[in-house]
Design a protein. Structure first.
Lengths: 387, 160
């Protein structure tokens, strides 16, 4: 049998088309599988190369798993500044604020901040800068480490597993003692991944005992909390257990809470455990109302420091005839004015926080300080009567 | 037989096109740019940038004139699909000179009235300083802490 030549052509064409289409289908399928693989990658944005636990305070271990996040964490070492403050762009220590603004030194006389008070640097330096400050030439409490190191494993050790208990004891130890324990345990790192992330799930969480106890007191108070709906919800609920930010708060609230573990007003002196004074609310006046009736365990009135210069003026004024009673008003006003100014200075070193609230508090501070001056002037002895 | 083959090609091809969200590339929604996860950081940082309310991906990264727009878009689509499919590119991904010129043009499109005197040479001189050299964060978020990088007063002065 003979196949006509035209049929060879048809068979060849048929084979070419079949092979061609087969290759095309193969390529399209390969592309489909490739796209599927890329899409699968998007479902697993990280690969856990090393296990991390509650005790892994060293961020480099976490950096193996989450290199991008670690990169941005390391950028906290980069000098940044606004026109109001920040660090001056070298490895040297930042500028002394108390030399740039000598009134700060005078205001803090009697307080360690009159010895050494510099511009801030990024998180990467928080522990190194604290260890280097000349404020340590005065006795300082171990409470200071609460916000300058990845301190949770040390708290758990001090409290036999209970970090809140451990933290409550740490104020009795000197800064140097607690720091030595921290170094010995190998946790001498600045605030680290584990302080805000659950090592199992990466969930944002709070760990600092000061915050957990403080926000619980806020929840149990009647203070208005318009910005914290989860606290309001807890108050309206059965209240069978204390408010727990890690269980009750929304993700939006948690994103503020993690910062609020440290970037808030607190007392960390040597006389009482570290306290976040939120039992009557979060505003400067609420905190003032919390502190005012507070006494130290030794019965003396709660204070941050005793001002060295007005202390001296008290003596001088007494010689002039002013009694301690007469001066009490002026000193009380100094306390109130100083408190408002300090709230602004402490939270606002870079000049960006809550401008309206800062302006309100500064206005009150100026008013109270002026009232204090007037009160002090009226204490002066009357001019000698003319014959 | 042939019909079956062509049908299979059409079916697999059609499904692949749909699965890869092929039609979405005809639009200009920013979400299209993260069809591929490699762009996720760029998308996230754009959301955190000062321009996210006023400019989308395409508005900064593509020419606005009809023909150049689809020419650049087509070229980018080709390069990006090829690179992401074959995985033959280096990370971190960086903008190429051609796209950088497009970007600079788009800065001037809105801000030209204000900066024309400063950037007049930027369109022709390949070494000209581009807007994003200093304003790196306007399109893709603040990568640093408060206030931006401090280059040091001495360094700033010596540069003047």
């Amino acid at each position: 049998m003979r196949i006509p030549p035209t049929k060879y052509g048809a068979v060849a064409a048929f084979v070419v088309i079949v092979v061609g289409v087969a290759i095309a289908v193969g390529l399209v399928t390969a592309l489909l599988i490739n796209i599927s693989a890329r899409k699968a990658e998007a479902q697993t944005p990280y690969t856990r190369l090393v296990a991390v636990t509650e005790d892994d305070t060293d961020p480099t271990a976490w950096g193996t798993n989450w290199p991008r996040e670690y990169d941005s964490y390391r950028r906290t070492a980069t000098p940044t500044r606004t026109r109001f403050g920040g660090h001056g762009g070298s490895e040297a220590m930042p500028t002394e604020k108390i030399e740039r603004d000598p009134w700060l030194k005078r205001m803090f006389l009697g307080y360690a901040f009159a010895i050494d008070y510099r511009d801030r640097r990024g998180h990467a330096y928080m522990l190194a800068d604290q260890e280097a400050t000349k404020r340590l030439s005065k006795p300082q409490s171990g409470s200071c480490l609460h916000c300058h190191a990845s301190v949770m494993p040390l708290y758990r050790k001090l409290g036999d597993g209970d970090a809140v208990k451990g933290c409550e004891q740490s104020y009795r130890l000197s800064y140097q003692e607690l720091n030595a324990m921290l170094r010995e345990m190998g946790h001498a790192h600045p605030v680290s991944c584990v302080d805000c992330h659950d090592p199992k799930t990466m969930q944002v969480r709070v760990a600092r005992p000061g915050f957990i106890v403080g926000i619980r007191r806020l929840a149990e108070s009647a203070a208005a909390v318009p910005a914290l709906p989860s606290v309001q919800a807890w108050r309206e609920g059965p209240r069978q257990r204390p408010y727990d930010p890690n269980m009750d708060a929304s993700r939006t609230e948690m994103r503020s809470f993690v910062c609020g573990q440290c970037h808030v007003e607190y007392y960390c002196g040597p006389k009482t455990p570290l306290t976040f004074p939120w039992g009557k609310g979060l505003k400067a006046e609420d905190i003032e109302a919390t502190w005012n009736p507070t006494a130290f365990p030794d019965g003396t009135r709660f204070l941050g420091y005793k001002h060295a210069e007005t202390g001296a003026e008290v003596l001088k004024a007494r010689e002039g005839g002013a009694t301690e009673d007469q001066l009490r008003t002026a000193l009380e006003l100094q306390r109130q004015a100083q408190w408002r100014l300090d709230v602004v200075a402490a939270e606002n070193s870079m000049g960006f926080h809550a401008p309206q609230e800062a302006a309100r508090l500064l206005g009150e501070a100026a008013d109270l300080a002026r009232q204090g001056q007037v009160a002090a002037l009226t204490c002066q002895p009357p001019p000698p009567a003319k014959p | 037989m042939l019909a079956v083959l062509l049908g299979a090609l059409l079916g697999v091809g059609g499904f692949t096109f749909q699965y890869a969200e092929g039609l979405s590339y005809l639009g200009a929604a920013p979400g299209v740019c993260i069809n591929c996860h490699i762009m996720q950081p760029q998308y996230d940082s754009w959301q955190r940038s000062s321009h996210h309310g006023v400019a989308t991906c395409a508005e900064c990264h593509l020419p606005h004139e009809l023909v150049p727009k689809y020419l650049v878009k087509g070229l980018n689509d080709y390069h990006h699909s090829k690179a992401f499919t074959l995985q033959d590119f280096a990370e971190p991904i960086r903008i190429k000179p051609g796209n950088s010129r497009v970007l600079q043009e788009n800065c001037r499109r809105c801000h030209g009235d204000l900066v024309e005197a400063m950037v007049a040479g930027a369109a022709t001189d390949p070494d000209a300083v581009r807007c994003v050299h200093c304003h790196a964060a306007v399109g893709h978020g603040e990568t640093l802490g408060l206030g931006g990088r401090d280059r040091g007063e001495a360094a700033e002065r010596s540069r003047r």
